[in-house]
Design a protein around this ligand. Sequence first.
Ligand code: TRP
Length: 339
Amino acid sequence: MARILTGIQSTNVPHLGNMLGAILPGIELANTPGNEAFFFIADFHSLTTVHDPEVLRENTYATAAAWLACGFDTEKGFFYRQSDIPEVTELTWFLTCFFPFSRLELAHSFKDKADNLSQVSSGLFFYPMLMAADILMYDANVVPVGKDQRQHIEFTRDVAERINNRFGAETFVIPEARTEESVQVVPGIFKDAEGNFAKMSKSYGNTIVVFEDDKKLRKRIMSIQTDTTPMEEVKNPDTCLVYTLYSLIATAEQTAELREAYLKPGMGYGWAKEQLYKAILERFGEARERYNFYMGNKKELDLKLQEGAEKAGTVAYEVLSRVRSKLGYKKLAYFGGEI
Ligand code: TRP
């Protein structure tokens, strides 16, 4: 049994790129027999950039609703909000006391911003230690992450090994990073300045948010950038964003049909976009309904997250108690532990 753990950023309402690149593969991993998934919304990490309570709360809800809507099985796996298990901040403190300052200074997440130090909070500096605590808190074996996060997993292993060397190998489970080479890159709705497909990303403003209402979603799809090939000429599907997006969503058969339409004179891009819109509604129709249900019934959402927090909290309590005793502190007594 491998315990798989990953933190989910909650700085935006999940878009199509997040869904195809992270949410759906994540759920597949969680459903794989032999895996036990700990997936959480990293809302403490969000505080390094989000300082508006309403935005913080809503984005956390939207992210949770998206994962549940796409079918994360909360019976089999653990799905929770990081901030519901505040013990993680205690573990962060422990870790910082064993990790050299000079090594933390080498973190890319910090170094990338170090030329503008007046804008860097201490929270951003300690970000990798909170992330290490997220992982070590639950005895995780495997952490699926993107390439940009691999250094953080190195730090996690490093700090855990330092502590294990001093207090015994059973203090922390040493996790491993796993980076899928074949992560699906979803292009955005317009090309970059050089005319190449740009990755769909909130920071480029080129996203399709599948969970938006019909009218907004349709309008967004109609605004996808296409070239000026006239209706009566054949079109090149391979350089067209509409076709590429369609191929990521529709079945192989449907994609072959659309390809044929491109290669015959007479097809208009408006029609192709309409097909893409329909394909999105078909593929994500149920997920959209469930998303709206959760966003309209935050109580249900809170309930699900609360259940997840209780399950995860039991594990966190055990691990933290173990670590506390190793370091020379009392076990946590308030959660039913003996004094
Ligand atoms: N820092 C990660 C990111 O930006 C999110 C994250 C927080 C995370 N805690 C984690 C990922 C623990 C894996 C494990 O994507």
